[in-house]
Design a protein around this ligand. Structure first.
Ligand SMILES: [Fe+2]
Length: 195
């Protein structure tokens, strides 16, 4: 990853994980938007997908600005995830599964905000993370509303589909592989819940 003799910032792995995770989430959500019969859900999915792609690009750019290169990583579960979300024969309800706000993501945002306040990041990266977190929270709220509508339209029917980690959780889980030990406990719970 290192392109120069510059000292690597401790948070380079985080920026890398966010960029990879967000870019992947953008692909999943757009693929789902392309096949859903629900125009309102499609609209929300496209908006959030555009944000995710943008987060993927901007964090890749930030890594370059710091003098390094994005290390592309493919999540081994991405093919399965994409196959499910792009399948028009799988209902939206089943795709939504038990997706909901999860504590690992909330903890990650709180932890990152604390580190921003403590001056752990350079000023531009801190700005970027602040903007990113605000958009993620807003995207989460919009997705929740859209998912609740789908659930309501289906008469509050419980889905038998296993809980899948949300697109945002995907990005956070990617951080685990880069050694975010503080998050490991909550992430372990998240992974278990998704099985
Ligand atoms: Fe995201």
């Amino acid at each position: 990853m290192e392109a120069t003799t510059k000292q690597e910032p401790a948070y380079l792995g985080l920026l890398n994980a966010i960029s990879n995770g967000e870019s992947a989430a953008g692909i999943y959500l757009e693929a789902w938007a392309d096949v859903t019969p629900n125009p309102d859900l499609a609209c929300t999915l496209r908006l959030v997908a555009a944000r995710e792609r943008s987060h993927g690009d901007v964090f890749c750019r930030r890594i370059s600005e710091l003098g390094f290169c994005l290390e592309k990583k493919v999540d081994p579960r991405s093919a399965e995830q994409l196959a499910k979300l792009s399948n028009p024969n799988i209902s939206d309800l089943e795709k939504i599964g038990d997706r909901s706000e999860n504590s690992a993501v909330t903890d990650f945002f709180a932890d990152t905000r604390r580190k921003i306040a403590e001056g752990e990041y350079d000023p531009m990266t801190a700005n970027l993370l602040t903007w990113y977190i605000a958009e993620e929270i807003d995207s989460g709220r919009r997705l929740k509303e859209a998912y609740d509508c789908v659930r309501e339209m289906s008469g509050g029917k419980k889905t038998s589909a296993p809980a899948g980690p949300s697109a945002d959780a995907e990005a956070i889980m990617a951080c685990m592989t880069t050694g975010f030990s503080k998050l490991e406990k909550s992430l372990e719970k998240l992974v278990k819940a998704s099985r």
